[in-house]
Every structure is written in structure tokens, then in C-alpha cells.
Ligand binder design. Structure first.
Ligand code: SAM
Length: 287
């Protein structure tokens, strides 16, 4: 079996080894792609340093309706994908001897992943939710309080590109539907590697490239047409949702993103397609 073939018969959940070679793209193509991600806001070209403020504006606008819109936009699927991510992480139900097991959930928004990790650990793990957007964190902190999970969580407003933590502080680093919003993805992945301890794991869940014929066309129609309309109807503004959909189209496909994770220093990089590649769960280890 070659490295790009699926290793499972289940087309909706096929884990694939990322190609070992650095050359998914040439170095020139990779640099061009990184620049494109840095300087595009959805399909719109923006100047150096402009993307983050535009992204922040989107999430300030949608924060209060983010959770309900997530359900509407994904037909509830995001819950299953997030459950699968946390099941894959399998946080320990007992702390390692003499210390707390700690996880960092970057672009953690309203805390969905962090709260799942705490619950899956039997309320043992400590999770830091980090996001650049105070409005999203405020919703997350309120939800955590209501669910009695605050003692296992803390909320930090900061940029994924410059994490305010020392080297090797975390056992795990998660990021769900966040990385495509970060202008300098390579910088964020470098920071992920730095703050993980040796033996630590990165898990990244992100929308990706649909690899099932017919489903790709249905998904295209749904996301490009229906989602901005739902946003308009439910949240009174379709534009932020247009950005969310367009940013998915701009994001590197499974193999390219896996190569970026490998470039950041991670080992044993693989990905698992979910729902035919609508989303993909990437994994890498700091070894
Ligand atoms: C689509 S939401 C995902 C929220 C949550 N992880 C989830 O899955 O529901 C994307 C989040 O990325 C955050 N974000 C965007 N750029 C960021 C950056 N440079 N550093 C940290 N967070 C960022 C946004 O503020 C937003 O909360």
C-alpha cells in the first residue's frame, strides 16, 4: 500500500499517513501559499498585517450566536467531530505522578473542546483555553461556570502566533476550526511545538477537502449558498459566515497541511478524514 492510500475501509473515517517527503509542494509554492494565507481574508486580498483585525471583527460579531450557528451550519456534525477529536486525545483519568496533566486549547473560542477534555478526563485534566478574541472567551467562561467546570479551566486572551507560555509546559495542544483563521500558520505551529513537552501531542481539527464525488458538489452548494443565508436569517448578517466558508476554501488540503505540521518539527504526522473530508483531524507528536 502506498503512503497516500487509505488504511481503513471506512471512507468517512480513513486515517492516512501524511507523505514523508517535504515536497508535497516545492519550497517556492509553499512560500507562495503561506503568503496567500497571510494576506487573504476569505477570497479577498488584504495587505500585510490586516487579516487578523478582520478575523477578530468576524468573531466579535458572531460570538453570542456562535454555538447555535455552529449547529445550523454543520447540521450538528461539529459535535461528533469534536467528540472524535477528544476520544483520539484520550486524556488520562489520573494525573502523572507529582504533577497536573495540562492541555492547551488554542483558538478555543467558547470552550467546546476544553470542556469535553475535562469531562473525558473525569474532571482531572486542566485545560487552558486560549483565544485572541475576548468576546468568544467571555461566552466560554460563562458556559464553563454554568456547567461547574471552571475549576479545571482557565481562559487566556492571546495570539496563537505568540503563546505566553514557557517551553514544554503542556502535555497536549488542541485547535479546532481555528488554525485557518490564524494569519501565520507556520508561526502558530512552531509555537505549538515549543510549548509541548517531549512526548506531547498536537491534534488539529479543521474543515478540509471533500474527497467523495457528489458529496463535494452538494457540500459546495450548501456552504457557498446556504450558510451565508442562514447567517443572514439567524444572526442578521451573512457576511461573517461568507468569510467562514471562503476561508475553508483557501485552507491547504489534508496532505499540504500535514506537510506544514511536519515542517514545524512534529513526528508521526497523520490525518483522519471525517464525513468524506468535510473535516479532517490531523495529529502529530513532539518526539
Ligand atoms: C471558528 S472559531 C473556533 C472556536 C472553537 N475552537 C470551536 O471549535 O468551536 C475560531 C476561533 O479562532 C480564534 N482566532 C482567530 N485568530 C486567532 C489567533 N491568531 N490566535 C488565537 N485565536 C484566534 C477566533 O477568535 C475564534 O474564536
Amino acid at each position: 500500500m502506498n503512503q497516500n492510500e487509505t488504511t481503513s475501509n471506512d471512507a468517512s473515517r480513513a486515517t492516512q499517513q501524511a507523505p514523508r517527503a517535504r515536497s508535497v509542494d516545492s519550497d517556492v509554492a509553499r512560500a507562495a501559499r503561506a503568503e496567500d494565507m497571510r494576506n487573504s481574508f476569505g477570497f479577498r486580498k488584504v495587505g500585510d498585517g490586516e487579516k487578523q483585525a478582520l478575523v477578530d471583527d468576524v468573531f466579535h460579531k458572531v460570538a453570542r450566536r456562535y454555538d447555535v450557528m455552529n449547529d445550523l451550519m454543520s447540521g450538528g456534525m461539529h459535535r461528533l467531530w469534536k467528540d472524535a477529536m477528544v476520544a483520539r486525545l484520550a486524556p488520562p483519568r489520573k494525573n502523572p505522578a507529582g504533577r497536573q496533566w495540562r492541555s492547551l486549547d488554542v483558538a478555543g473560542g467558547t470552550g467546546d473542546i476544553a470542556m469535553r477534555i475535562v469531562e473525558a478526563s473525569g474532571r482531572t485534566a486542566h485545560v487552558t483555553v486560549l483565544d485572541i478574541n475576548g468576546s468568544m472567551l467571555a461566552v466560554g467562561a460563562e458556559r464553563a461556570e454554568k456547567r461547574g467546570l471552571s475549576p479545571w479551566l482557565d481562559f487566556v486572551e492571546a495570539n496563537a502566533e505568540e503563546l505566553p507560555f514557557g517551553d514544554g509546559e503542556f502535555d497536549a495542544y488542541t485547535i479546532a476550526f481555528g488554525i485557518r483563521n490564524v494569519p501565520q500558520i507556520d508561526k502558530a505551529l512552531g509555537e505549538a511545538f515549543r510549548v509541548l513537552r517531549h512526548g506531547g501531542r498536537l491534534l488539529c481539527l479543521e474543515f478540509s477537502e471533500v474527497d467523495v464525488p457528489v458529496l463535494d458538489r452538494i457540500y459546495d452548494q450548501w456552504s457557498m449558498n446556504a450558510i451565508p443565508r442562514i447567517g443572514q436569517a439567524v444572526a442578521g448578517d451573512g457576511e461573517p459566515y461568507r468569510y467562514l466558508v471562503e476561508s475553508v476554501r483557501k485552507f491547504p488540503n489534508q496532505q499540504r497541511f500535514a506537510a506544514m505540521i511536519r515542517d514545524a518539527g512534529f513526528s508521526r504526522v497523520d490525518f483522519t478524514n471525517m464525513t468524506g473530508g468535510v473535516a479532517a483531524l490531523h495529529s502529530g507528536w513532539k518526539l
